[in-house]
Design a protein around this ligand. Structure first.
Ligand code: KG4
Ligand code: ZN
Length: 333
């Protein structure tokens, strides 16, 4: 079965052609990051307008690279939630237009479920059930994936997402947006024990996450040092911050895997690209005899191939939509 997938939930306009949920025939991603960088974050209206300009050429390129026409596609999958509403609406309405024109089934896909499904592309042997950490710019969830379309949320962030904390801490350290990757690079040269930072905890929950206190602690330390005229070593601060995030995520995941008798641990989302997190999870999973699945860096960030992968399983489960489908800015997993 061949799915044409569309993703426009944030600042990447993406289209992909995916066969049977596992084989990527083409994947095109047009990033708007350069445009948003000068504002220090994603500007929703600019995002919507840029999606409107990019969506037709990006989709045409995805079909061309796959060597097929729209007529040969079996269904159109589209991210419909969660995300920036104006950005999502561009993709949803475009997908509807394609479905009207060629009388194809429309498959709505939840963005976070798409991130998880990136791993089905990277690891052909991977099948649910497994425990998954989804850590991106907008979301941080620990989820038991019971089946391809059945999910049980075990923990989630109460405030900032992990990627958001990376980006805000990075901004305070003077890095460009989005700063996660700059912290990653700086941390590799720094001492993670140089600056004492809190390990985020949520008093009434073992698995919920909270990153805003950690982010504020970094901002306060930088501010205090500046007031006193003291030098802060950015590499050391990056390493100290990153290790606080990585230790928190790793320990929560190991406990959740034990409690849920999961032998497989999967990571997904933009923060899954973090080299400190990848190393720590590799070591922890080795120690606890868990099989670890991580997507390649190209499938960590937003893309449409992951939407095509999840779209396949949603289609098989009968989860198609009619042409009244609407976008939703927020939606539980
Ligand atoms: O999944 P994604 O592309 O978009 C959302 O759905 O939010 O995630 C983007 C997030 C950003 O916050 C970015 O800074 C973070 O992922 N990120 C990283 C790294 N690469 C991307 N964070 C830490 N280390 C990285 N290497
Ligand atoms: Zn995402």
């Amino acid at each position: 079965m061949i799915i044409l997938a569309i993703e426009s939930s944030c600042d990447e306009t993406a289209a992909a052609v995916v066969e049977n949920g596992r084989t990527v025939r083409s994947s095109v991603v047009a990033s708007q990051i350069e445009e948003h960088r000068r504002f220090g974050g994603v500007v929703p209206e600019i995002a919507s307008r840029m999606h409107t300009e990019a969506i037709v050429p990006v989709t045409a390129q995805a079909l061309e690279q796959a060597g097929i026409t729209l007529k040969e596609v079996d269904a159109v999958a589209v991210t419909y939630a969660p995300g920036l509403i104006g950005a999502l609406l561009v993709g949803v309405n475009f997908a509807k237009g394609l479905c009207i024109a060629e009388n194809k089934p429309l498959v709505p896909v939840h963005h976070i479920k798409g991130h998880i499904a990136a791993n089905y592309i990277a690891h052909p042997e991977l099948k649910p059930p497994f425990l998954c950490l989804v850590a991106s710019g907008g979301h941080s969830h620990i989820i038991m994936v019971e089946d391809y379309t059945r999910f049980r949320v075990i923990g989630r962030t109460r405030d900032d997402a992990a990627g958001e904390a990376f980006d805000k801490a990075a901004r305070a350290m003077g890095f460009p947006y989005p700063g996660g990757v700059f912290i990653d690079k700086a941390a590799a040269q720094g001492n993670p024990k140089a600056y004492p930072l809190p390990r985020p905890k949520v008093a009434d929950s073992e698995f919920d996450l909270s990153f805003s206190g950690l982010k504020t602690a970094v901002i306060n330390q930088l501010h205090n040092a500046q007031q006193k005229g003291e030098e802060i070593n950015t590499n050391d601060m990056a390493a100290s911050f990153q290790s606080a995030v990585v230790e928190t995520l790793t320990s929560r995941l190991m406990t959740a895997a034990a409690q849920n008798q999961s032998t497989a641990v999967v990571v997904a989302g933009g923060v899954a690209a973090n080299s400190g997190l990848r190393t720590a999870l590799t070591e922890a999973c080795d120690k606890h005899r868990l099989t670890l699945y991580m997507p390649p860096l190209s499938l960590c960030g937003d893309n449409a191939a992951m939407i095509g992968a999840q779209g396949y399983y949603e289609y098989l489960a009968g989860n198609t939509a009619d042409l009244t489908l609407n976008a939703r800015a927020s939606m539980a997993v």
